[in-house]
Design a protein around this ligand. Structure first.
Ligand code: 13P
Length: 251
């Protein structure tokens, strides 16, 4: 199946509002020149409104870096799907390894966020991935399977096509160590097999699976040549207009 490639920049806790708007405008320009692929940026909450406004006449997609499960209530520090909708943001990263590892979000909470997002009209970019220790002890596939099973619990087939998956091996994030194309392809193929078994082939074939972890201009072309890699979730290299431009223009 022909899946439309998606290159997403996760800006994490970087950039002031004006820096974010400038970088988003540069990405929008590249995006306009590459009509056969989708491009997304995920600014910090403080910059979301302005970035969204600055991009409203472009095809660049905008995502939040997380989202709460309830519409409103006593949840200090959280932002709800309704609030994102209100500013025209329709995507959110959920389950990033930094949320899991630094802020203690577990699969039950990630499942809650994911279902809340879907119920509130927000399309999740769900991140899964193993740690170095899990890989070195041969548990990569079983960890991915457990994350997928728990994070997607209760998600029906008709919602699954709204989800983008991101395979981000924790040991490759911000370390300069990329998974080899074989390691990445193997994990992506497993995730697609899981979707085939849990849903159906049609759905598995349609879901985009991004690779994340030290994606750079130097490795994007090889990663994108893999049959089950449909895009990238880029951290550090998305913070420079030039390197993100080259990644968007992968060949
Ligand atoms: P780096 O590209 O900086 O390794 O970050 C990857 C990531 O976590 C994207 O979500």
């Amino acid at each position: 199946m022909n899946r439309r490639p998606l290159i997403a920049g996760n800006w994490k806790m970087h950039l002031t509002v004006s820096e974010a708007v400038r970088l988003a405008q540069a990405a929008a320009q590249t995006c306009g020149a590459c009509p056969d692929r989708d491009v997304m940026v995920a600014p910090a909450f403080t910059a979301l409104t302005k970035v969204r406004e600055a991009l409203k006449d472009t095809s660049l997609l905008v995502a939040a870096q997380n989202v709460a499960w309830e519409r409103e209530g006593a949840y200090t520090g959280e932002v709800s799907p309704v609030m994102l909708q209100d500013i025209g943001v329709h995507f959110a990263i959920i389950g990033h390894s930094e949320r899991r590892q630094i802020f203690g979000e577990d699969d039950a909470m990630i499942n809650c966020r994911l279902r809340g997002a879907l119920a509130g009209g927000i399309q999740p970019v769900l991140c899964v991935g193993e740690t170095l220790e899990e890989r070195e002890t041969g548990r990569t596939i079983s960890v991915l399977e457990q994350q997928m099973r728990q994070d997607l619990q209760g998600v029906s087939a008709d919602k699954m096509h709204q989800i983008v998956l991101a395979y981000e091996p924790v040991w490759a994030i911000g370390t300069g160590k990329t998974a080899t194309t074989e390691q990445a392809q193997e994990a992506h193929a497993f995730l697609r097999r899981f979707l085939t078994e849990e849903y159906e082939k049609n759905i598995a074939d349609g879901v985009r699976i991004l690779y994340g972890g030290s994606v750079k201009p130097e490795n994007i072309d090889n990663l994108m040549a893999q049959p089950d890699i449909d895009g990238a979730l880029v951290g550090g290299a998305a913070l420079q207009a030039e390197s993100f431009d080259r990644i968007i223009r992968f060949r």
